[in-house]
Design a protein around this ligand. Sequence first.
Ligand SMILES: Cc1cc2nc3c(=O)[nH]c(=O)nc-3n(C[C@H](O)[C@H](O)[C@H](O)COP(=O)(O)OP(=O)(O)OC[C@H]3O[C@@H](n4cnc5c(N)ncnc54)[C@H](O)[C@@H]3O)c2cc1C
Length: 410
Amino acid sequence: MSSPSLHLYLLSTRLIGEMTSNIVIIGASYSGLPAAHYLLKHAPESWTITLINPSTNFYFNPAAPRALVEQSILGKNNADLFIPFLPKLEKHGSRFTFLHGKASAVDTNSKTVTVALHGGKGETGVTYDHLIIASGANTSGGTGKEWGFKHARDGNTEEIVANTRAAVKAAKKIVVSGAGATGVEFAGEIKDFYGAEKEVLIISSSEELLPQVPRTDVGASARKILTKIGVKVKTGVKVVEERPATKGVEGVVELVLSNGEVLSADLHIATWGIYPNTSFLAKDLLDSAGWINMDEYMRVRGTQNVWAIGDVTHWGNRKLTTVDGQWAVAMQNILSSINGGGEEVFKKYVHSDELLMAVPMGRRFANAVVFIKGWKLWGVIGWLLKGRTYMIEAARPVAEGIVTSGRVKI
Ligand SMILES: Cc1cc2nc3c(=O)[nH]c(=O)nc-3n(C[C@H](O)[C@H](O)[C@H](O)COP(=O)(O)OP(=O)(O)OC[C@H]3O[C@@H](n4cnc5c(N)ncnc54)[C@H](O)[C@@H]3O)c2cc1C
């Protein structure tokens, strides 16, 4: 190359380099993964995407209550439940970068995210023009243990799911504490699969199961189904302490209840307690419980070009249906912003706390309760919607960026 053309080449690559802008996404689940696919498709070619996540698999956690009990739902090589998401994203070539690890800090002044790389491989930093926080929430398991109801903190979800399934298999007497949808489904799945082999007790601090449902007859129906299949139900009482069983007592743990009763069990799985994955953010971006403070345009309050979607936001009603509505508004507004628009063209997010819930308790036809926008529907609908296959067929299209969890085309 002659020197004037080399000069031109260097100048043009420098200009292209300077013109490239980067969107960083923290979290690759129902919020972050569709965002990466959507922006790679719809943002101008000069925009690159950097995705940060502790694992390279998409985990279809709604099926966890069954996957933690029986292997068959995971498919061959677990491939129906843990789906590698990189192959489809890497097709975008140099516009896409994956950082395998966890965001450990965000500096909104220098617009930099610090990432602790997976496997103790040190730290790196990445700058952003726009940042999307989609780091979600985890269940604390009451005592801080991870059971696999959500992606694991360090990306080893597959191992944790296998360990829980093995622990369930080995235990004879199992106590599930927490009677939200997760606890009710899980107790039902264990008893339905193992039958008389296992003694299963569900404990709820509320007077009725499924306390988040505003109609107690829904929880009462769940109690009836669980009782019918042989699950014991204890309500209006809490587990206040879990301790190793004293010598000579049958079982591995002792559970002290708020009414003074002490129970022994081989396995206690707490399904209550949810906490936000926001430890890498400055406290002034969070509400008092640690969720991200949002404005109606899906921007993080007090920042510039920082957005958040899904469970991690302060909005609540942490469900896939909620994620989808937030995702759609955030995507439109980010694109508008990239194209030079502002609040005058932004869409507003309107939050709804309306519940849509299908709670199966095992595989059997009609052993389910359904509550949709104030209506209690027939159990058979719960079986059709969820209990039959646990919606596992919906996992791959999300993992591969075809649709969102609410089946919106990407
Ligand atoms: C057992 C169970 C069953 C459920 N079933 C249903 C159902 O049937 N229907 C329904 O509507 N909802 C259901 N939900 C709720 C649903 O799972 C959540 O609404 C959904 O997972 C939220 O998606 P998200 O992408 O916002 O966050 P998450 O799914 O929590 O994903 C966050 C992602 O960010 C990653 N991450 C976390 N911290 C960092 C970090 N520091 N750096 C980088 N990445 C990070 C995580 O590894 C993960 O990949 C269920 C929840 C549970 C627990």
